[in-house]
Design a binder for this molecule. Structure first.
Ligand SMILES: C[S@@+](CC[C@H](N)C(=O)[O-])C[C@H]1O[C@@H](n2cnc3c(N)ncnc32)[C@H](O)[C@@H]1O
Length: 242
């Protein structure tokens, strides 16, 4: 199952999506950290650390950060672990990886969530921050997550989710659909950065509901599947490989 239908204004077929997404992040990479810093009111680093700690990340664990981007989730994990040596960061975009490599001494691998280049039972904790919308199959992705986690290992997926209420939905649409891309263009003077944030919005708008994500995690064989949400907006999906 796709996390959202084909967005025909951007790419013609589901097969064309990975190349489109890769180009988008390669081109927007140098702007990414700045945009998410002010766009989320400078809360990103603290939130990424707080949520990983709350969901059980502990020193000594081996971590896989899928869709690491510029390394924001992995950096927060390294603060909790006290080192980055047990962290593996994976992303298909060389542009995003190049920035992440300058920030921490983790292991970096170019690859995709749907086909992880790691042996079975390799990691204690697997994270994915704000990237589930970009995969081509929830089944393949979650099947891979379960395969590479050790028994008892935990997955934590962070996402921004369109709120259910009418007024909160209106504010969400106004901010992410209009204000955020417009401010991005204003501050960065980059069409690439603006396009990245427009696409960010369109994928959030078109994304499958949380119940579909939870069902897909259960179908992949995970147990203790849960979603916690902050302000109805920030989703934290967790699951355990029994
Ligand atoms: C919005 S960024 C998130 C970066 C980082 N996790 C964070 O919390 O800021 C989305 C990332 O997902 C990556 N990505 C896109 N398709 C992917 C896939 N199929 N598998 C893994 N990562 C993917 C992109 O290259 C990009 O770096």
């Amino acid at each position: 199952m796709l996390p959202h239908p084909t967005l025909a204004d951007h790419y013609a077929t589901p097969e064309a999506k990975p190349e489109f997404v890769n180009r988008l992040f390669d081109k927007g990479a140098k702007h990414y950290d700045g945009i998410v810093d002010w766009g989320f009111l400078r809360s990103g680093a603290r939130y990424r650390r707080w949520t990983q700690k709350r969901h059980g990340l502990r020193p000594g664990q081996h971590v896989l950060d899928v869709a690491c981007g510029t390394g924001l989730v992995a950096l927060a994990a390294a603060q909790i672990l006290g080192t980055a040596e047990n962290i593996t960061c994976l992303d298909p975009s060389e542009g995003m990886l190049a920035i992440a490599r300058t920030k921490l001494h983790a292991h970096f691998v170019q690859g995709r969530a749907e086909s992880l280049p790691f042996p079975d039972n390799s990691f204690d904790f697997l994270t994915m921050g704000y990237a589930l919308r970009h995969v081509t199959s929830l089944e393949e992705t979650f099947g891979e997550y379960r395969r590479v986690l050790k028994p008892g290992g935990r997955v934590l997926i962070l996402e921004v989710t369109k709120p259910a209420g009418r007024f909160s939905g209106f504010l969400f649409r106004l901010y992410f659909g209009r204000v955020y891309p417009w401010l991005t263009q204003l501050f960065t003077r980059s069409h690439d950065a603006r396009d990245m944030m427009r696409y960010y919005w369109e994928t959030m708008d078109a994304c499958v509901p949380p119940a579909t994500v939870l069902n897909a995690l259960r179908a992949a064989g995970f147990s203790a599947v849960k979603r916690e949400s902050l302000l109805g907006l920030f989703s934290e999906y967790t699951a355990v490989k029994a």
